[in-house]
Design a protein around this ligand. Sequence first.
Ligand code: AMP
Length: 367
Amino acid sequence: MQLQDKTFVPYLSEAEILAAVEKVAHAIAKDYKDEIPVFVGVLNGAFMFVADFLKRYPHPCEVSFVKLSSYQGLTSTGIVETLLDPPDNIEGRSVIILEDIIDSGRTLKELVHLFSTTKVKEFKIASLFYKSEVYNGEYTIDYVGIDIPDKFIVGYGLDYKELGRNLREVYQLNQKHMINLVLFGKPGAGKGTQAEFLKEKYNLKHISTGDLFRYNMKNETELGKLAKSYIDRGDLVPDEVTIQMLQDDVEKNPDASGFIFDGFPRTTAQAKALDAFLATKGMKINATIALDANDEVLIQRLLERGKVSGRSDDQDENKIRNRFDEYNQKTAPLKEYYEEQGKFHSVNGIGAIDEITQRLAKVIEEL
Ligand code: AMP
């Protein structure tokens, strides 16, 4: 099923969804049969859940809505706006929030904040869908319909760019046609340069761990301060730091049609962590492509680049040689790791930039 530029595949049938609604209604009915609770639906996504829930709620109750917004397209903007305030006259009442989906917990935090000044008797949260894998755990979710994996879903009230809310079933974003590439090669091999061309040609998101670290160093973030001493010496930043940073960046781009990983993985531990992490998202590496060039050519390229970019690790031949040593010791063994999976390819990295792009494109198109 196509919605705008994305393809979605069936995930939950109407019967499965209604069984989950029934389960939530039954659990709440048991707890609130002796009073009249106020159900508060969170618009827009929860309207269908609220309707089906109320039809299955057997005791007297009231209903109202609040409206919040945080998603644009597939990516949470992180900004939650209140567009419709909590109802009046809820003082002393039991309020039960009806949410369509809880993922990171950001919207939930805003909801709790919204009701924090109301003098309700009790404040409970019910969510039809719940992504336990990514929920930050800040508040207890009192009633859950279905625990789902961290994939983008539409249907049954939930939208992609405002479409799909009217579907009776729930669909998942189809990630089968993604291309995920690792660009492999020593510093100066041209990974960043080629990634710029490939990302345009194949509509991929380019993630360079080196660029991410430099961005953090420039902005003097905690991560940047931590990475600086390693990078200044030409050493690798510790795996746990790098892996976390990479995962965070992939998660920021759930709508990408694929990724180019540049400068990651650089150790076997990183390669294994990447495979395990991608698997949790139904994704995988399709190919690792190495750009080959000899050390003397690379040293000249890096020293030239250092004059323009001001990168301190490119200006000193000793630091460059240290980066090559790190590569030979820690990164080169990855060739075998990917060869065993039948994913390793290499192209000659010496020549004109567009010639090299064509060599890479040939490998990608034959995948
Ligand atoms: P690059 O721009 O890819 O040459 O990276 C510059 C520096 O950032 C490297 O020399 C390392 O100190 C650090 N770095 C980049 N990627 C990684 C990684 N995957 N693991 C550890 N350190 C990294």
